[in-house]
Design a protein around this ligand. Structure first.
Ligand code: COA
Length: 257
């Protein structure tokens, strides 16, 4: 019997993708990463799904790449393992992603959380880029996204020492959107997801693209895309409905088109 590395649950327009390798703290073997990429893509292609939550359970979001699967690999074999492609597929989805992090978010787990658009974390969650302790370095965003999120100095310390940092400190540093008691983690993520899912989907998609694009480029390049996307949204039904509803002092009835 093949193992289901992820379990997908639907709550209206929100999908929860729950990692299911608890005995290995959700370590991201190539098979596990393939399952995450495949399921995220399938959900992304479903118009009814407007937000995806990634959740690993209370003990671990994910404890990093699977060290057992990597220990003996040569550089060529690492490149051929397919994991670069799985990461690229996760990064390419259009649907907003929320990481609901409890317990360990280490290595690839921290990078997977940072691949999401928003991070909700339990007060007990711990984040680390511990690759340096294994003689390697982060390979899926740990040197880039972390530095942009919390600044180069704090990121440098995490990357060069490999030591974990608690959720409270990272919340203050700007990596975490909401810090919640562990028993509230999924409810908070769902609440946030439902709010975003209730917003007009085309505007959500265009706004998300503009933020993500701008983070990687100059302000003037970002402003160009922002303005283009802004203007395009005047062609949507939801823009007409949203503004009309405001003027008529009623709630909008968005059709997500
Ligand atoms: N790859 C493979 N297996 C892993 C793993 C990883 N990244 N992280 C945890 N596991 C496995 C452990 O080997 C153990 O398996 P076993 O019961 O068959 O021996 C199981 O998950 C539970 O982990 P354990 O170490 O016993 O739990 P802990 O609570 O004592 O410690 C961590 C948790 C996260 C601190 C510790 O597991 C750890 O340091 N993991 C590696 C983190 C890392 O370096 N990630 C980056 C990889 S590039």
């Amino acid at each position: 019997m093949t193992k289901n590395f992820v379990i997908v649950e639907r709550q209206g327009a929100v999908a929860v993708l729950r990692f299911n390798r608890p005995e290995k703290l959700n370590a991201l073997s190539p098979e596990m990463l393939a399952a995450i990429a495949g399921n995220v893509e399938t959900l992304d292609a479903d118009d009814e799904v407007r937000v995806i939550i990634l959740y690993g359970g209370e003990r671990a979001f994910a404890a990093g790449a699977d060290i057992g699967a990597m220990a003996q690999l040569s550089p060529v074999e690492v490149a051929q393992a397919g994991t670069r492609e799985y990461w690229l597929r996760i990064w390419a989805v259009d649907t907003p992603l929320i990481a609901a992090v409890s317990g360990y978010a280490y290595g690839g787990g921290c990078e997977l959380a940072m691949s999401c658009d928003l991070i909700v974390a339990a007060e007990t969650a711990r984040f680390a880029q511990p690759e340096i302790k294994l003689g390697i370095m982060p390979g899926a965003g740990g040197t880039q996204r972390l530095a942009r999120a919390i600044g180069p100095y704090r990121a440098m310390e995490m990357v060069l020492t490999g030591e974990p940092v608690g959720a409270r400190e990272l919340h203050a540093a700007g990596l975490i959107n909401r810090l919640v008691p562990v028993e509230r983690i999924l409810d908070e993520a769902l609440e946030l997801a439902q709010t975003i899912a209730s917003r007009p989907a085309v505007a959500v998609s265009q706004a998300r693209k503009a933020v993500r694009y701008g983070v990687e480029r100059t302000v003037s390049e970002g402003l160009e895309l922002e303005r283009t996307n802004y203007e395009l949204l005047y062609g949507t039904e939801d823009q007409a409905e949203g503004m009309e509803a405001f003027l008529e002092k009623r709630d909008p009835d968005f059709k997500h088109r």
